[in-house]
Design a binder for this molecule. Structure first.
Ligand code: BMA
Length: 308
């Protein structure tokens, strides 16, 4: 089965452009979930002073969006948690009736994960810093594993790192994190040979946790970002059962090729529908948000047939 037959891009991509927010330079790498009978999103908005912040978005169908012009103001139980005016690349995970957001703060000591929750997408409460800098691409699993909250993250450095591995850790209370395990790193397959990072919240399937991730390689003209997927063990998610050799999505369309950072597809949200469709929302060229859909069963078949 060819790649093109697994994920189909929405014909009217990109669904979000900078025009959605008056001060936006670009809107990309954003998190979207179903909420009641609607959709909610946390959007990464880079403004015209190039400050990047998180904005709330609301949608009835997941395609037409209204995005708040002002960034989300989170409340914090502890004034010492990372509070920065530069926040980016959120992921949302629903655990029971609570939506947890993990994102990356630009701190003077480097990129650092932030963690907050909301129950209504009106009030956002920021929790303890889950990890010291430098860290990116954090995302929670949608349920406790072995009775603990479980998080994927990627140690990094202060710049656009030429390395990146996915790690796993767990916590009894979302405050104390431990049991750190290596999950997977770059491999000798060009599009994922430099670094990788977790995408949307893992999806539970009978065959394992389905994890979409981005893989990066470096050409003579900079970094290129692709989407792959893996199946992780349900009980021990640091054990990789299958991992795609062939990519599932590559930057081939104009809106993925041309933008502030060319040649980037950056999966950051996945919504599963009752008919077995999985919809990926992904950042495009650090400028737009687009979506692509596939049958979950086709994705699982693809991963198994095209595994390393
Ligand atoms: C990464 C992050 C992402 C971005 C990507 C490509 O390091 O900064 O936000 O999409 O680079 O520029």
């Amino acid at each position: 089965m060819a790649n093109e037959f697994v994920f189909k891009r929405y014909p009217n991509n990109p669904i979000i452009t900078p025009k959605h927010v008056p001060r936006a330079n670009s809107i990309h790498n954003s998190a979207i979930v179903k909420f009641k009978n609607e959709f909610r999103g946390i959007f990464r908005v880079d403004e015209i002073d190039m400050k990047y912040t998180l904005h709330l978005g609301r949608s009835k169908d997941g395609i037409e969006w209204e995005i708040e012009p002002e960034p989300i103001k989170m409340k914090s139980l502890d004034p010492e948690v990372y509070v920065t005016n530069q926040s980016y690349d959120p992921r949302i995970t629903q655990i029971e009736d609570t939506y947890y957001i993990v994102w990356c703060n630009s701190t003077p000591q480097g990129p650092a994960l932030g963690l907050a929750y909301t129950k209504d997408f009106e009030e956002f409460i920021q929790l303890e810093n889950p990890m010291p800098p430098c860290n990116r691409n954090g995302v929670l699993f949608p349920k406790k594993i072995n009775n603990k909250y479980a998080l994927l993250y990627r140690p990094s450095d202060r710049g656009h790192t030429p390395f990146g591995d996915i790690f796993y850790c767990e916590s009894p209370d979302l405050i104390h994190w431990g049991h750190h395990r290596f999950v997977m790193g770059p491999i000798n397959v060009v599009w994922q040979s430099l670094k990788i990072g977790a995408g949307p919240a893992p999806i539970e399937t009978k065959e394992g946790w389905l994890l979409f991730y981005h893989g990066v390689w470096q050409s003579c003209n900079g970094y290129l970002y692709y989407m792959g997927a893996a199946l992780l063990d349900l009980e021990k998610p640091w054990k990789v059962i299958y991992r795609t050799r062939d990519y599932l999505l590559a930057p081939t369309e104009w809106y993925e090729r041309v933008g502030d950072v060319p040649n980037v597809v950056f999966p950051s949200a996945a919504v599963v529908f009752e008919d077995g469709t999985v919809r990926i929302y992904y950042g495009c060229a650090d400028t737009y948000v687009s979506m692509a859909e596939a049958k979950l069963s086709d994705v699982l078949d693809f991963i198994k047939k095209h595994s390393v």
